[in-house]
Design a protein around this ligand. Structure first.
Ligand SMILES: Nc1nc2c(ncn2[C@@H]2O[C@H](COP(=O)(O)OP(=O)(O)OP(=O)(O)O)[C@@H](O)[C@H]2O)c(=O)[nH]1
Ligand SMILES: [Mg+2]
Length: 478
């Protein structure tokens, strides 16, 4: 597998929370034993974790849709539903997570670093958990919440010890192929390499990774050629190697001015000044190349570079080069030990703000936005009047009705809770919304009083639960 995919769009969906269960404890001679419906399980998260044995994003290129499992619904007898399983996706070291707009969400470096890309939905509370002194026998439970569904972009910034930089066709990929077991594409036209190649080199007891990047040309730091996009790969590498072409046929180029051009681009890109560098004069198997190499060597050395004359084709000078690189890599590692064991978990920032807003829109609709009211709406089973009453109570306690009143809402006005594309809209009628006249004393389940045979009641309840859960499970995010 030689393809190197370094940017993929990934569609992730966390698991939905399971619904809470509304159930009443039954025992012989004790017909009303109190609510015993368990809570729904949490939906599984989708988690990205750095695994150093993974080197490409190829897998996600092939299957970009990933979903964690749903939580199970709660059951009677205080049985909680099982949590959904987290889906852990292994990504290469150096993976950057972005949103569709290009904002960086996380930068994953170091084995074990994790990022929760999509959070599972909370399970709904069962009626046992909803019981209170005021509401002794709730005849409803909360729905599980849908899990996050989002699109993210993964980009790989190569984490190699050594980066080869240079003009197109200087022989960077050729060098990787002879220093390591990697078999990158090599050809005599510029920009053969479109995404970085990665190779593993063993020199003595040191093992290090080496990466090339697509050829750089003047203006690369401004995005010319394949430019900018690939300079980001160089950022992560601790040693830079200039690969200079001694046998180019372009009359306006020579190794020294090539070096100046590339150095200028690196400088403009920024942040790379402190990387140790050395110079490779390649293609000395070509007689003119060898002569030119001899000529420019003192000049390059005078600038403070260690210079290696090699031929990737004739395999000359490779051993010295690979050992010199091993030394630099070892020194860089000693200076900055990689925190292999650090496990950092990055979670998306919590959006649990207590506030909400009420705005009057042009068409006279009152829109309520806020994390809590929107969550409560998602948790509400609108087929159950008691559940709707409970929602109204919660909204009141938060002060939503008061704010609606202040904003000028009158009975019968339209109120929407949630964003435009996914809101619950109803006519505002506080007393109806609270379901007061239907319920009498709130918190009493009329079904408890209605004499239905126990078996029938059980069947009814199960059917209701099954319907609700099926509807929820059938929800297809993609
Ligand atoms: N004679 C000679 N040719 C070489 C040598 N190294 C590479 N080449 C040739 O130079 C051409 C370009 O080599 P690549 O390794 O693809 O160059 P590159 O720097 O990776 O080029 P880009 O990927 O386009 O940036 C190929 O035709 C190679 O065969 C060498 O040491 N001697
Ligand atoms: Mg190449």
């Amino acid at each position: 597998m030689t393809t190197f995919v370094d940017r993929v769009e990934l569609h992730v969906a966390a698991g939905n929370g399971g619904h809470g269960c509304a159930s009443v404890h039954r025992e012989k001679f004790k017909p009303l034993g109190g609510p015993d419906g368990g809570n729904g399980g949490r939906g599984g998260d989708v988690i990205l974790t750095v695994d150093q044995s993974v080197t490409t994003l190829l897998e996600y290129h092939h299957s970009p849709h990933r979903k964690a499992t749903n939580g199970k619904p709660g059951e009677g007898g205080h049985r909680s539903g099982k949590d959904g399983q987290d889906l852990v996706l292994a990504v290469p070291d150096g993976t950057v997570v972005l949103d569709k707009a290009g904002n960086v969400l996380a930068d994953l470096v170091g084995h074990g670093t994790s990022y929760v890309a999509a959070q599972g939905g909370r399970g709904g509370l069962g009626n046992a958990a909803l019981a209170s002194a005021r509401r002794k026998a709730p005849g409803f439970a909360l729905l599980g919440e849908p899990g996050d569904v989002c699109e993210i972009v993964l980009e790989l910034k190569t984490v190699a010890d050594v980066a080869l930089v240079g003009y197109p066709s200087a022989g960077k990929s050729s060098l990787i192929s002879v220093l390591s077991a990697a078999k990158p594409k090599i050809a005599d036209y510029p920009f053969t390499t479109l995404v970085p190649n990665l190779g593993v080199v063993t020199a003595g007891s040191t093992v290090y990774t080496i990466a090339d990047v697509p050829g750089l040309i003047p203006g690369a730091s401004q995005g010319k050629g394949l430019g900018l996009e690939f300079l980001r790969h160089v950022e992560r590498c601790s040693v830079l190697v200039h690969v200079l072409d001694t046998a180019t046929l372009e009359s306006d180029r020579d190794p020294v001015s090539d070096l100046d051009v590339i150095e200028e681009e690196l400088r403009q890109y920024g942040g790379l000044d402190n990387r140790p560098r050395l110079v490779v004069l390649n293609k000395i198997d070509v007689p003119d190349g060898r002569d030119l190499a001899e000529m420019v060597r003192p000049d390059l050395q005078a600038r403070g570079y260690r210079v290696f004359e090699v031929s990737a084709v004739a395999h000359t000078g490779l051993k010295e080069l690979s050992f010199a690189l091993a030394e630099l890599v070892a020194a860089a590692r000693a200076a900055q030990p990689k925190g292999e064991a650090t496990r950092i978990v990055i979670r998306p920032k919590a959006v649990d703000d207590a506030g909400f807003t009420v705005t009057r829109e042009e068409d006279g609709l009152f829109r309520v936005r806020g994390e809590k009211p929107e969550r409560w709406v998602r948790q509400t089973d609108f087929n159950n009047d008691e559940a709707v009453g409970y929602l109204a109570d919660r909204l009141n306690r938060l002060g939503v009705e008061e704010e609606l009143m202040k904003a000028g809402a009158r009975a019968g006005d339209g109120v929407a809770i949630g964003p435009e594309e996914n809101a619950v809209v109803f006519d505002w009628e506080p007393s109806v919304m609270a379901g007061a006249e239907m319920l009498g004393r709130r918190g009493e389940d009329h079904r408890l009083e209605a004499p239905r045979p126990a078996a029938q009641r059980r069947r009814d309840r199960q059917a209701e639960r099954d319907d609700a859960q099926r509807e929820f499970d059938d929800f297809e995010p993609f």
